[in-house]
Design a binder for this molecule. Structure first.
Ligand SMILES: Nc1nc2c(c(=O)[nH]1)N[C@H]1C(S)=C(S)[C@@H](COP(=O)(O)OP(=O)(O)OC[C@H]3O[C@@H](n4cnc5c(=O)[nH]c(N)nc54)[C@H](O)[C@@H]3O)O[C@H]1N2
Ligand SMILES: Nc1nc2c(c(=O)[nH]1)N[C@H]1C(S)=C(S)[C@@H](COP(=O)(O)OP(=O)(O)OC[C@H]3O[C@@H](n4cnc5c(=O)[nH]c(N)nc54)[C@H](O)[C@@H]3O)O[C@H]1N2
Ligand SMILES: [Mo]
Length: 807
């Protein structure tokens, strides 16, 4: 396209010519219309093509970060392959989103030019405007809102993938960035008080999977949601590890497992509690661990439900919002037959029992746990979860008695029901009673966290001067449609309003009530139609300069290098932030270029972390942008138990005093908000509507890849029984609806689902549906007790009942 033939041409001068050509093209297109021309035309062979390769770190929000090798021919990305620069070759990975990037980068549905809304919000009528007008309109509107309604009236939020390197704008003007995220922390809320605030992320490596005798994949489908991390699971399978998947759906992961437990949606805690019951009734628990590492021997006052503690204050539980510092717990010493402090070295604490002290009836936590378990039965667990009693007992036996065991939790699935904290609290009990924690091949949590499985780098973080910081967030974004708030103007990078909240009709009604809303996105995402101003960002593969993001992933530091100029009239996020900052006279606080940012992040990093020695900007460039961190060996992870748990007594604390008043001192079972068998709503809306990740997309991202749309548009998986009862066959358009909204999708009748349960990949942009979109029916119920939890109420996307009919 550029006509450049000289391969020694510098990258910068190369960009200058091609950038001008691309900008010229962009002017031809009417706003919103396809801007095709040469940019989107198929590549042509050139007599003397200029070809080069470049590398970059791909997406993070699939929790991966593969390094990709891109072949660029005549300034067009033509081939994407796994990196050949990874020192550890097992990390030369790619998935179909990486391979499909060519179709994604050059997609018709890229946002191409800045646009201004002309129709009503939601109608999607836009006209093209200049960058100058767009930037000024946004800056003026945000400032105007602040002048009229105060600083806190502006909301600026970046979607995860867009916000990884920097997020300056919200800080520059003290904007509200949306408070509690409400995502992926449902079980975490229940695990935290027991095991510490970040305990939902495993503190062991998934490379230890092969050391486990048993792995339970609890509502996790790594074969799609952690595709390139499938290797440790498959290594374990080969090594003979017994893999059990608990999922309402027969997933790819279930297919590779030894056993699949088709749980009824929203009832996982019943399985775990059935296991607890079997473990306690059969004496399969680990007394030594319970006494040394858990609160099982701590004393509780039966009458008040309060823990019996010393007067001397120790510390508040860091995972309870507004918690007061508490005293140290007492245990019952069987030698002196009296209460002593839990860490008394000479005492021999009782695990069970009841004693009267100063008129108080004191019992141990384990006694309370046993009494609670006496109130439940295995047949209840089976009836509630839909899993046979004997299957639950066998799983408990295998988990407790057969060597090291891992529970690898998914942050989708069971996490996205209002009762997820009860599930988290229940699994905390399971590890506490069995000691399956903090040793090789044993553990609990999400195992595919970025950086936790391979050494990660320490990089300098670009910090703004102190006076620039986020404003307060008195109301979380998911609460904004329901709770009074002072937001009048919004700017989002990505489709937060349609993705990071359930019940889209409520959210979008609220968005429509704003004075102003602008969006910066790469594609025509679902939220775009509601914006007043739309700015086109470029992909990771495009940049105004020779380098782009600096990231660390898979034990390597990666600097994106030598890609192509921004397509159409798009710009990089950094330049967009700078243009806006300039309107407020603050652009000098931001890095001028990605190069400056990368140099800053690397400069002096070796002083923070000796492993960064020699990993400099120039060295990275000389190495194609990729350098490995020094090997740390298999056991680089800290011993899970050496320093104890991040709880006031540094042991696993099982009894949640702060929830005792609400009946949840122990994880007393609770139905989900909507998805439960005896819900009267089931008469009208009899089907459970579950969602999950798709290997084709990262959330809604990659929807614009036409190859994927052809193969995988919005499709509703349903069981043959449910389809037949409604006269539906594969390929039919079906309407999915409940009292919150509706949408139309294509039916995909198959045996992966038990009758009564639907599944759909979350989600795809509104423009690919014939009518409505998935988020119209999802649930936005907020759990009241969630407000006192560390991560706040979580969005219960899966806690949904619907009905389906032929459209
Ligand atoms: N390809 C791809 N990978 C991704 C992402 C992506 O968008 N695309 N997103 C990333 C993000 S942000 C996250 S949070 C993780 C999530 O990772 P996962 O938790 O593995 O993802 P999901 O597919 O949302 O949910 C897992 C499974 O939960 C099942 N499920 C639904 N309801 C229930 C239930 O009540 N009980 C049980 N046991 N299972 C249930 C679904 O059928 C699904 O198979 O994935 C990450 N990885
Ligand atoms: N119904 C339903 N909804 C769900 C879920 C569910 O299970 N069901 N799961 C949820 C989960 S687990 C999560 S974590 C959230 C994820 O929600 P997010 O954190 O918002 O998701 P991302 O995929 O990181 O961001 C997607 C948006 O950012 C844009 N984007 C991507 N890269 C860039 C970039 O470099 N620059 C700019 N400016 N924009 C970019 C994309 O075009 C897209 O609009 O979604 C949740 N939504
Ligand atoms: Mo997530």
């Amino acid at each position: 396209m550029s006509g450049a033939r000289n391969s020694t041409l510098t990258r910068r001068s190369f960009l200058k010519t091609t950038g001008a050509a691309a900008a010229g093209l962009a002017c031809v297109g009417a706003a919103g219309a396809a801007l095709s021309g040469e940019v989107l035309a198929p590549a042509r062979a050139h007599a003397e093509g200029e070809e080069r390769t470049a590398h970059l770190c791909h997406q993070f929000h699939c929790l991966t970060g593969c390094n990709l090798k891109c072949t660029i021919r005549d300034d067009r990305i033509t081939l994407i392959e796994p990196s050949d620069l990874m020192v550890d070759k097992k990390h030369s990975t790619i998935c179909l989103r990486g391979i499909g990037e060519v179709a994604h980068i050059y997609a018709q549905d890229r946002l191409k030019v800045p646009m201004k809304r002309v129709g009503e919000r939601g109608e999607g009528e836009f006209v093209q405007i200049s960058w100058d007008e767009a930037i000024q309109t946004i800056a003026d509107n945000l400032k105007e809102a602040q002048q009229k309604y105060g600083e806190g009236s502006v909301f600026i939020r970046k979607s995860t993938e867009a916000g990884i390197e920097f997020d300056f704008l919200a800080q520059l003007i003290h904007a509200d960035s949306g408070g509690n995220w409400g995502l992926d922390r449902g079980q975490a809320n229940g695990l935290g008080p027991a095991l510490g605030p970040w305990s939902y992320l495993s503190n062991r490596s998934h490379w230890e999977f092969k050391d486990a005798a048993t792995i339970i994949e609890l509502s996790h489908n790594p074969l799609e949601s952690a595709m390139v991390w499938s290797r440790p699971l498959m290594d374990a399978k080969e090594a003979g590890t017994y893999i059990v998947t608990i999922d309402p759906r027969f997933t790819g992961t279930a297919a590779k497992s030894n056993e699949w437990l088709p749980v009824r949606p929203g009832t996982d805690a019943a399985i775990i509690q059935g296991m607890l019951k079997a473990i306690v009734d059969n004496g399969w628990y680990d007394e030594e661990f319970m006494l040394a590492r858990t609160s099982c021997p701590y004393l509780v006052d039966r009458a008040t439900g309060k823990s019996y503690r010393s007067a001397e204050v120790v510390a508040p539980n860091p995972t309870v919002v507004g918690a007061e510092p508490v005293g140290a717990p007492f245990v019952w010493d069987t030698v002196t037959n009296a209460p002593v402090l839990y860490d008394n070295a000479t005492a021999v604490p009782a695990l069970e029992g009841e004693w009267t002290v100063d008129g108080m009836q004191l019992v141990t936590e384990f006694t309370l746990i046993k009494e609670w378990l006496d109130t439940i039965t295995l047949s209840w667990a089976a009836q509630t979860s839909g899993i046979d009693e004997q299957v639950i007992v066998n799983l408990a036996d295998r988990y407790a008695n057969n060597g090291p065991a891992i529970i690898d939790i998914g942050l989708g699935g069971a996490d996205k029901y209002t009762n997820a904290d009860v599930l988290g609290h229940s699994t905390a009990l399971l590890v506490a009673l069995t000691g399956q924690y903090g040793k090789k091949g044993a553990g609990l949590g999400s195992y595919c966290g970025l950086g936790s499985n391979d050494p990660s780098a320490t990089l300098n973080y670009w910090v703004l001067p102190e006076e620039y910081h986020y404003g307060e967030s008195p109301v979380a974004m998911y609460d904004m449609p329901y709770q009074e708030n002072n937001i009048h103007a919004a700017l989002t990078f990505g489709d937060a309003f349609t993705l990071e909240a359930g019940a889209a009709n409520d959210m979008l009604e609220w968005v429509k009530s704003l004075d102003f809303f602008a969006i910066v996105d790469l594609y025509h995402s679902s939220a775009v139609d509601y914006a007043d101003i739309v700015l086109p960002a470029c992909t990771k593969f495009e940049c105004e300069e020779n380098v782009k993001q600096l990231r660390d992933s898979m034990g390597h530091v990666m600097l994106a290098n030598g890609m192509v100029a921004p397509l159409f009239e798009s710009k990089s996020d950094l330049q967009i932030e700078r243009l806006l900052a300039a309107q407020w006279g603050l652009e000098d606080l931001l890095p001028e270029t990605y190069e400056e940012l990368a140099r800053f992040m690397l400069d002096g990093a070796a002083e923070l972390d000796p492993r960064m020695e020699g990993i400099t900007y120039d060295a990275l460039l000389a190495n194609g942008g990729v350098m490995a961190l020094p090997e740390t060996g298999e056991d680089y992870l800290p011993d899970g138990l050496a320093e104890g748990f991040l709880t006031p007594s540094t042991r696993i604390e099982l009894y949640y005093e702060y929830l005792a008043d609400q009946g949840h001192g122990l994880p007393v079972y609770e139905d989900a908000n909507e998805a439960y068998e005896s819900n009267p709503k089931k008469e009208q809306f009899p089907l459970y509507f579950t969602q999950g990740k798709s290997r084709y997309r990262i959330h809604a991202y990659y929807s614009a890849n036409e190859w994927f749309q052809e193969d995988f548009g919005p499709s509703l998986n349903m069981a043959p029984e449910d389809a037949e009862a409604r006269g539906i066959v594969t390929g039919d358009d079906v309407r999915v609806f409940n009292d919150r909204g509706s949408f139309v999708a294509t039916a995909l009748v198959n045996r992966s689902l038990q009758p009564g349960v639907l599944f759909m990949a979350e989600t795809t942009y509104t423009r690919y549906y014939k009518e409505g979109f998935l988020q119209n029916v999802t649930n936005s119920a907020r759990l009241e007790r969630g407000y006192s939890m560390f991560f706040g109420p979580q969005i219960p996307y899966n806690d949904v009942l619907v009905e389906v009919e032929k459209a």
